[in-house]
Design a protein around this ligand. Structure first.
Ligand SMILES: *[C@@H]1O[C@H](CO)[C@@H](O)[C@H](O)[C@H]1NC(C)=O
Ligand SMILES: *[C@@H]1O[C@H](CO)[C@@H](O)[C@H](O)[C@H]1NC(C)=O
Ligand SMILES: *[C@@H]1O[C@H](CO)[C@@H](O)[C@H](O)[C@H]1NC(C)=O
Ligand SMILES: *[C@@H]1O[C@H](CO)[C@@H](O)[C@H](O)[C@H]1NC(C)=O
Ligand SMILES: *[C@@H]1O[C@H](CO)[C@@H](O)[C@H](O)[C@H]1NC(C)=O
Ligand SMILES: *[C@@H]1O[C@H](CO)[C@@H](O)[C@H](O)[C@H]1NC(C)=O
Length: 509
């Protein structure tokens, strides 16, 4: 998941502004002025260390606004009553309240809805009595109210009983959401109840309650329909992972921006070779898969190794970076019973195991863990090794020529991870925090990833500076020559020709 670090205070301002959109439009200007001041005052001390902002910070800020509000704060509500027939007939409370001990209690009345209560992506069965519903929900609602979820199974055969249970919400991107936050609702019915036991079909309803004090609405949403005889209950037996369709599945997060077709070509063939025949790659196109990028994926789609999901419509809902948390959670639940392991990393990252090992041997040695994290090897995405002379350097692939590794000491670098999905109920930021079983953080001797930060999103020759020494200092930053990836280049190119021929030879940067 790229870009978490690029979060800045502006986004939090956006969030605050969106919160305030519920106020009348004439109030907005005044409030925004105060808001900017408050936001700066609240956030300035936080900026260097952390970008998280707690609900109490927001409340503090907003209460300061309301306390020093101008006298005109309710006029727009009075002057511009809602047009509809069932318009509020009660006068706004705050006009009438008498001062008590010299303090006037002010209230705020919301009109309309600025963000959906629930935006459904999909729902999946996750056991004989359990389902997961993946979607988005208004973030202010989750910060200031107590939205809750109930799940109801409605059998197709109307003489069978309906069953109701409480849903558990998992907020996997807590702290990152914008107007929308990602919600995974876990609907688990009592253990004694098999849902749809005769495989006669039915529908799962999600009752989403806003828990808002002045307008506590419930939306009932049909999220999943099972037709007759459509459920394969054998999937949910404990030992069923031996016949998973895939050993390794890659769940990519939202792809956006102007991606380099050549870099994507290198990434996909490297990993198709690396993970072997029993692997599959699920990519999500949030606008990043242009026609040229699609061309380099097409041979692998035709071979059944790659699937592309068009998720461009999610752009209507302003969540964290093209709603990547919703996307990866959807992927997790969609393939949960089809793969032994699911990997989560980005398309500028290359997973690597030592030459004497294979991915199979490494994963076998990690199988007691439900999850392990993968350490990063940060590589420069502009300094190239020119040991073969400059002319030859430019013809090399990105991971061959970008051979300088950043060895600056930093307290902690981002990690990526892989999970055995049957034990996992939701995926998170750099690891899952909703799982059964153990997590392992010391796999660096067995598996790592090389990270060419930003190299994928520039459509030009990446080499800005050429060096040929084994140790260099560039921009006051120490680098060492690391030819680990470079040494695999020839094998990867040969693999590509063998599998799909020479149709991608003319790919552009
Ligand atoms: C407050 O209301 C008065 C009249 O009701 C108007 O003249 C004035 O412009 C308003 N002030 C603001 C800041 O909206
Ligand atoms: C819901 O959570 C329970 C345990 O908390 C788990 O056993 C079940 O597999 C989860 N269901 C889904 C669909 O993730
Ligand atoms: C519906 O369920 C009832 C009782 O379980 C059963 O007698 C009936 O045959 C079922 N109807 C259909 C169409 O399956
Ligand atoms: C569902 O949640 C409500 C409160 O939110 C609680 O009173 C009720 O007992 C719960 N029902 C079940 C079946 O857990
Ligand atoms: C909202 O309504 C639900 C039932 O529809 C109820 O359980 C809940 O307590 C209500 N919440 C508030 C804040 O009124
Ligand atoms: C390394 O680069 C320097 C100039 O940058 C050049 O003079 C030297 O011949 C190069 N050495 C090798 C082994 O390519």
């Amino acid at each position: 998941m790229a870009k978490e670090k690029d979060q800045n205070t502006k986004e939090h301002k956006n969030l605050l502004i969106s919160l305030l959109c519920n106020f009348s439009s004439e109030l907005k200007l005044i409030l925004m002025a105060f808001l900017v001041l408050c936001t700066l005052a609240t956030l300035l001390p936080l900026i260097p260390s952390s970008f998280s902002i707690s609900a109490s910070d927001l409340r503090f800020c907003i209460s300061r606004i309301s306390a020093s509000d101008s006298v005109n704060s309710t006029t727009s509500v009075v002057k511009n009553p809602p047009e509809s027939d069932n318009a509020d007939t009660k006068p706004p409370l705050n006009d009438k309240t008498e001062p008590l001990n010299g303090v006037t209690k002010r209230t705020f009345t919301g009109y309309g809805w600025a963000a959906y209560n629930f935006v459904l992506m999909n729902a999946y069965r996750g056991g004989v009595n359990s389902f997961a519903v993946i979607g988005l929900s208004s973030k202010p609602l989750h910060v200031y109210s107590h939205p809750s979820y109930r799940c109801e199974w409605i059998p197709l055969n109307q003489s069978d009983n309906r069953i109701l249970t409480n849903g558990t919400k998992i907020l996997t991107d807590w702290g990152y959401g914008r107007v929308y936050t990602t919600v995974v609702v876990n609907c688990t019915f009592p253990a004694t109840k098999i849902i749809n036991p005769k495989n006669s079909g039915g529908t799962l309803l999600l009752h989403a309650t806003t828990g808002d004090s002045d307008r506590n609405l419930t939306d009932s949403i049909p999220v999943l329909t099972e037709s007759q005889n459509s459920v394969d209950f054998s999937l949910y037996k404990d030992d069923s992972d031996s016949d998973s369709k895939f050993d390794y599945l890659y769940c990519g997060s939202s792809l956006y921006g102007n991606l380099s077709p050549q870099r994507v070509r290198e990434w996909i063939v490297y990993h198709v070779r690396f993970f072997g025949e029993r692997s599959h790659f699920v990519l999500h196109d949030a606008g990043g898969i242009s026609e040229e990028v699609f061309e380099v994926l097409k041979p692998w789609i035709e071979l059944g190794r790659v699937s592309v999901n068009d998720i461009r419509d999610q752009e209507r809902f302003d969540g964290y970076y093209h709603n990547q948390f919703m996307i990866v959670n959807d992927c997790l639940h969609r393939y949960r019973f089809m793969a032994k392991w699911i990997f989560f990393f980005d398309v500028d990252e290359f997973v690597y195991v030592p030459v004497k090992e294979s991915i199979d041997s490494v994963m076998e040695s990690l199988k007691e863990y439900s999850q392990f994290t993968i350490e990063q090897m940060p590589m420069s995405s502009q300094i190239c090794y020119s040991g073969d002379g400059p002319a030859r350097t430019y013809r090399k692939w990105g991971f061959e020529k970008l051979a300088y590794r950043d060895v600056k000491k930093v307290p902690r670098r981002d990690r990526k991870y892989a999970v055995q999905p049957r034990n996992v109920f939701a995926t998170g930021v750099h690891m899952s925090q909703n799982l059964l079983g153990k997590t392992y953080h010391k796999a660096e001797g067995k598996i790592r990833y090389f990270h060419y930060h930003g190299s994928i999103s520039q459509r030009r020759e990446p080499c800005r500076h050429l060096f040929n020494d084994t140790r260099i200092v560039f921009n006051n930053n120490p680098y060492v020559l690391d030819t680990t990836m470079r040494d695999i280049g020839l094998a990867v190119k040969t693999f590509e020709i063998r599998k799909i021929g020479d149709r991608l030879l003319r790919t552009k940067q």
